[in-house]
Design a protein around this ligand. Structure first.
Ligand code: TNX
Length: 498
């Protein structure tokens, strides 16, 4: 398009996720060389730095971050309508300023995610692009449907370097995702240094699916750096150590974790359900205590994910016994347990969060938990698993939960999906990406784009705007932004791509 005002006006109709309230206005704003990013609150400092880091390279403008309100530019301030809550914001475009009001740092991050999409796609470029930088006239008042909007990356089946993980964090932050779940241990690999059990990484972190060899783990310093990187984008990290199953890497590292005292061989295949910690040995709980203690000490977020899925090699009574020992350990170190939904039958503490990953619309244990007062995190595999193939021609991924085309990922209501789990019992949604078949950033992106933005829309946009016909063009309008960023998205024929 050649008319910047018309192009800008269009961007107002192309937001993902859709804001709660959006009013077009006639006055547009154009970012120019003398603009400043103005703060009236230190709570907006990190969001301001994030915005500057994106816009300085593409605009070539200095965009200094300055205290107080003075002149043209982007103003980050307080005094948002109480309706915006803990994470919302108001964004008002005036001829000289874009004013983002929010009462929290999270609100400012979310307002900035919206502003990025109101600017031309070239704003996301890493090199200087030609002006103009026009933002359409608008008044937005926005807040999320659910507090928890998550993405998960399995770094155990295939290991991803800190830089690879950061690239994904950047991508999810653009869609107002606020939790990043790292699946840090499984049969194929243990991926975080535990100082009191060094062989977990020395042995358990030495390989992955397919058998590649290397130091395939994060040091605690690298993990802390990832947490800071995520926090600087408004994202809280949730570490997962899967137990009592999915534990072969630990059992290969230390013989004493096995009932027979013998180390297991490393595993580089993709089967699930064959491993279990030794439930009857005291050393098992010493091991878990050490892991939870060390990880909790370097994890600022509230949640610790204990896995708990597919414990096919752990008898049911043992599973319950195990959880009765483990849940208090997590609590002792000040964290709140979340886990795959199977574990929720073992507790009555309603602060604990089951993550539903099933493929059916009823689960008696999850329904009972919701009745007791637990909030449920929704990740139905046949809707939100990013590793499911789109269709039979998809090269990457698995299909045990079926094919998940973009429309399948979108066409369900998280608040009215599981029997007995109503809107008020839903904590939010998470899109997990398991990596048995995923090795590169291009692989991650092929599976996550566009379905990760779909999950973000389900988690944020009001239920009242849920409509494929309205959503699909907004989703398709993201393509120019992804092209500018080099994101390898799947160009589904269901979506009218721009
Ligand atoms: C199931 S669902 C798993 C993972 C696999 C995934 C592959 C769940 C909690 N566990 O171990 O990687 O399927 O799609």
């Amino acid at each position: 398009m050649t008319n910047p005002a018309a192009e800008a006006a269009t961007s107002l109709q192309e937001l993902v996720p859709q804001p709660a309230q959006l009013q077009p206005r006639s006055d547009s704003f154009t970012l120019t060389t003398n603009a400043r990013i103005q703060l009236t609150t230190e709570e907006a400092r990190k969001p301001a730095e994030l915005l500057a880091g994106i816009l300085r390279p593409s605009t070539g403008f200095a965009l200094p971050i300055t205290p107080g309100v003075s002149g043209d530019g982007i103003v980050l301030t307080t005094g948002a309508d109480p309706k915006t809550g803990q994470e919302g914001y108001q964004l008002d475009v005036t001829p000289k300023q874009v004013i983002i009001r929010a009462n929290t740092t999270a609100g400012h991050f979310n307002g900035i995610a919206t502003l990025r999409q109101l600017l031309p796609a070239k704003a996301e470029a890493k090199t200087k692009q030609p002006a103009p930088w026009t933002v359409p006239g608008a008044s937005i008042l926005d807040y999320p449907r659910y507090h928890h909007r998550g993405a998960m990356l399995d770094v155990s089946r295939h290991f991803f370097t800190p830089d690879q993980v950061k690239r994904y964090i950047d991508q999810i932050a653009a869609f107002k995702i606020n939790y990043f779940h790292l699946h840090l241990s499984d049969d194929q690999g243990w991926r975080l240094e535990i100082k009191s059990w060094p062989d977990l990484t020395k042995i358990g972190g030495s390989t992955e699916v397919g058998g590649r060899k290397g130091n395939l783990y994060y040091t605690q310093d690298q993990y802390k750096d990832l947490i800071t990187y995520a926090a600087n984008r408004g994202i809280t990290v949730i570490p997962e150590f899967d137990m009592p199953g999915h534990t072969n890497a630990a059992q290969a590292s230390y013989g004493e974790l096995n009932c027979d005292g013998k180390k297991r061989p490393l595993y580089t295949g993709t089967d699930v359900g064959f491993s279990s910690l030794c439930i009857s040995k005291e050393i098992t709980y010493k091991f878990i205590d050490d892991v939870v203690r060390e990880v909790s000490a370097i994890t600022p977020g509230q949640y610790f994910h204990i896995g708990g899925d597919e414990a096919h090699s752990t008898p049911d009574a043992d599973y319950v016994k195990f959880m009765e020992r483990v849940l208090p350990i997590v609590k002792k170190y000040g964290k709140t347990t979340t886990g795959w939904h199977e574990f929720i039958k073992t507790t009555k503490d309603t602060a604990l969060v089951p993550q539903f990953w099933g493929t059916t619309t009823s689960d008696a244990n999850v329904a009972a938990a919701a009745q007791r007062g637990h909030k449920v995190l929704m990740s139905p595999a046949n809707r939100l698993y990013l590793d499911m193939k789109y269709n039979k021609n998809t090269k990457l991924g698995l299909n045990w939960a079926g094919y998940v085309e973009v429309k399948d990922a979108y066409n369900w209501n998280p608040g009215a999906y599981l029997n007995g789990v109503t809107e008020a019992s839903v904590r939010g949604v998470e899109a997990p990406l398991w990596t048995e078949t995923i090795r590169t950033n291009a692989d991650i992106e092929q599976m996550a784009f566009p379905r990760l933005p779909v999950a973000a829309e389900l988690g944020w946009a009001p239920a009242s705007v849920h409509n494929w016909g309205h959503f699909a063009p907004r989703l398709g309008a993201q393509a120019p932004r992804w092209k500018v960023q080099g994101i390898n998205y799947y160009a589904s024929s269901q979506v009218p791509w721009k």
